[in-house]
Design a protein. Structure first.
Length: 127
């Protein structure tokens, strides 16, 4: 459904230190890095970008917005959450079922070091 999602950072080194392990927990690696950007995912496929804003102004977060990554299973959701907390992220919702969304919904929420809200979610039944 989407080509790419981008979040801003004010410290690319810190962002790479955070996103490297977090994206690896989701089975994704960086495919490009530059002084002001890092891209995760697949060239020509779905991508997640972290970059310093092009206009040179400080990166800021949106209220009410977040990026949700699809996880293959609940173990991957747990690994995402753990990697985020171990690498400078903050908890915004422990891994667990969210039956108010649907019966098989299992997710976790974090914020990256710049304050961007992220989620990993599995829609499959446990087992």
């Amino acid at each position: 459904m989407y080509s790419h999602v981008t979040v801003g950072t004010n410290d690319m080194t810190r962002a790479r230190d955070f996103y490297g392990p977090v994206m690896a927990a989701l089975g994704k690696q960086s495919f490009t890095e530059g002084e002001r950007h890092t891209g995760y995912g697949e060239p020509g496929g779905e991508q997640f970008w972290v970059l310093s804003p092009f206009d040179g102004k400080p990166a800021s977060v949106g209220n009410g917005s977040h990026v949700a990554f699809l996880a293959a299973d609940r173990v991957m959701v747990d690994a995402f959450h753990a990697a985020a907390l171990e690498n400078g992220g903050t908890d915004e919702g422990m891994p667990g079922p969210r039956p108010h969304y649907h019966a098989n919904y299992y997710g976790a929420y974090v914020r990256d070091p710049d304050g961007n809200k992220l989620q990993a979610v599995c829609h499959r039944a446990e087992g």
